[in-house]
Design a protein around this ligand. Structure first.
Ligand code: ATP
Ligand code: MG
Length: 313
């Protein structure tokens, strides 16, 4: 059973994985409307199954407390990061998941090296951390708007055009280090089409209860669409590695984006295959001592072990 689930998941996400070393041209290589051979109804059921599978694995991850998982979510505005997080994590124990959203850096954050603020939000062993936007902003928005780089106050001789290749290398090394220490890095890019972004913006303008989600900055950023597509393509080409590959998830259909994101995360957890700790001989003897003490406290007429009495065999 577990095997067929694992195979199905692997098959679903395989076409979304960016092959390490390949050159990505986002507009040509990935279709934001792709939905495998799924229909929405079947997709919704599949997501439900995926969510309970995640819950099961997350419990084991926490119990084993050996590995941690970091899910990085990147998207353009209205790409659906928030909804994806809400749906995909809806079944898991909130104690084991920490979501961090990264906005324009504060002055304290700008006083440090660029990875500092992300390092502070890494998962502990047993935890899943989600980055809503991530260290990849440092080669995306910072690249598209060079004034962001100005604010980082790097020494003059370290600001040349070679900085992007250097950052790709630094990010790859950082993720390699995390992986080698038991922290899996999972990276999902929600790939939205230009037209679907327009539709979602219009909806935010048309519906009063969605107005708060819209900001004038969103249309300003949209004007830089091509620059972002270029920065994304470069970033995907340079930072999809064997230890932390990128998955480009088609995002024009929200239900499909959610299934794929759940599948990528499930695939990682199944690969870790965390196990409940088995207690040793000495601890088992302690349990038996505790059992006898508790049995002796049973009131008259009540089974000594009510659990065993209710679950015969
Ligand atoms: P929402 O879906 O609610 O709009 P959001 O992630 O877009 O969520 P916002 O508060 O709208 O959140 O925007 C955060 C902004 O912070 C984005 O425009 C993003 O580009 C910017 N940002 C993130 N990281 C950096 C960074 N390192 N340097 C400069 N800007 C950054
Ligand atoms: Mg925004």
């Amino acid at each position: 059973m577990a095997d067929t689930r694992a195979e199905r998941i692997a098959r679903l996400i395989e076409p979304l994985r960016v092959r390490p070393g390949s050159r990505v041209d986002l507009g040509k290589d990935f279709d934001p409307r792709y939905k495998a051979d799924l229909r929405k109804q079947a997709g919704v059921e599949l997501l439900r199954a995926g969510v309970s599978l995640l819950a099961e694995y997350q419990e084991r991850l926490a119990a084993q407390s050996t590995f941690g998982v970091l899910l990085c979510l990147q998207a353009l505005d209205a790409g659906g990061k928030d909804g994806t997080i809400r749906h995909v994590m809806s079944g898991v124990n909130p104690q084991g998941v920490k979501v961090s959203s990264f906005k324009v850096p504060s002055s304290e954050e700008l006083d440090h090296d660029y990875l500092w603020r992300y390092a502070r939000r890494l998962p502990a062993r047993g935890d899943i951390a989600i980055f809503n936007r991530s260290h990849y902003e440092e080669v995306l928005v910072v690249r598209v708007h060079p004034e962001n780089l100005e604010r980082q106050r790097l020494p003059e001789h370290l600001r040349g055009p070679e900085i992007w290749d250097r950052r790709y290398r630094e990010i790859n090394n950082w993720e390699r280090y995390l992986t080698d220490n038991g922290f899996k890095v999972v990276k999902v890019f929600l790939n939205l089409s230009r037209e679907e972004q327009r539709v979602r913006f219009m909806k935010r303008i048309d519906l009063p209860e969605k107005n708060w989600k819209f900001s004038a900055a969103d249309v300003r950023e949209r004007r830089r669409w091509d620059d972002y597509q270029h920065a994304f393509s470069e970033m995907l080409s340079a930072t999809s590695t064997k230890w932390a590959p990128w998955y480009v998830v088609p995002a024009d259909r929200k239900w499909f984006a959610r299934i794929c994101t759940a599948a990528v995360l499930a695939h990682t957890l199944m690969d870790i295959d965390p196990q409940y700790p088995v207690v040793g001989e000495e601890a088992r003897e302690d349990l038996q001592v505790a059992r006898r003490e508790l049995e002796d406290e049973a009131p008259d007429g009540v089974p000594a072990d009510p659990y065993a009495a209710a679950h015969p065999g």
